[in-house]
Design a protein around this ligand. Sequence first.
Ligand code: GLU
Length: 450
Amino acid sequence: MNQYLKSVIENVRAKHAGEPEFVQTVEEVLSSLEPVIDKHPEYEKADLLNRMVEPERMFSFRVTWEDDKGCWHTNTGWRCQFNGAIGPYKGGLRFQSDVYPGIIRFLGFEQTFKNSLTGLPIGGGKGGSDFDPAGKSDAEILRFCQSFMQALYRYIGPDVDVPAGDMGVGAREIGYLYGEYRRLKGAFENGVLTGKGFSYGGSRIRPEATGYGAVYYLENVLKHEGEDLKGKTIACAGFGNVTWGICKKAAELGAKVLTLSGPDGYVYDPEGVVTKEKIEYLLEMRASGRNRVQDYADNFPGVEFYPGEKPWGVRVDICMPSAMQNDVRMEQAEQIAANRVKYYIEVANMPTTNDALRFLMEQPGIIVAPSKAVNAGGVATSALEMAQNSERLVWSEEEVDRQLRQIMDTIYQMSVDAAAEYGLGYNLVAGANIAGFQRVADAMMAQGPF
Ligand code: GLU
């Protein structure tokens, strides 16, 4: 391996030994960049890679909130402003009990490359808290969000850093966070957050965008193989906003999602999550805060529930891990290969361990697409929301959807071209890393030491 690359990876391993997710994503991305680094010795001279793995700024803050019984609790909040070379920091907030700096740092790093791939002017950022929203009342969520924003509001802004949702942060939380920001600043400030409700500056299609974008990307991959979505079966994970969008668009295009999952196990629906009633039920499951996928099987006849299991052993045409990081490990990857699944389309951020990803990419019959390209439609539509807010305009559903589709087609093509340029063949994983890297690298080189 290129000596400079190797030394950067070793630096990160040594410095972040307690943050395995961050080490994992750095190893994955940097190992794709070898031909680029070989070709550009000036990057080493500028120490570009060590700069890229170091966030521009990352901070934590205290969030104290009162529960319904009048007891106070203290959580930690974080914001990582990873890279602002191509635009204001942009990325979601994740509220989940297992959040710690390693999760925020890995997500911020991924976000930088993903946002670059969209071709839009957005830098990479991420934030969140170790607060667990499960089982909390609406009033508790409100008080938590208000306290969180009281700590964060000084450090964000429409030209500085524009947070959005992620796991545990949906339209309700964005509403509460935004209300508090507006009260503290006494200004609308172009909406400052994305994923807002439509009545106060949210964009059409933003709730669906990550799932729709993933399906649009998938259509490009299928087209390359001379196939289309009609009649295809899909295994998904999770049952949140992203999976909901995939089910909706897949059903519209004649494919069906057969599995959903949750912390309690997975469900298999032989008829597919295709009817309006079933698709809309996912929203109810999420709103209930129960975080249980078994509810789906209890509600619809003919659906089987497998407690404590993952859906990756099910025979389907397409796997779309759309729940969370490291959901697919070596054991699941082997099942996927044994089932002769042809399309492995990552959706959640880093859903595959590095060894499993390498294994899947080496299987001759499997096409692998990486999450940072596949799920970029979400943040891309956030950038379209920012554009509408700053123009004081509202675009129609058709207009946003048209732009989303175009962005996904471009991301796919840029990835294909980048891999081909460096002699890597049809390699969507390396192509996305290279294309995402190139734009940020050019901007950083142009701006001098930072
Ligand atoms: N959290 C989402 C992501 O991983 C969306 C971020 C955004 O819209 O800013 O890309």
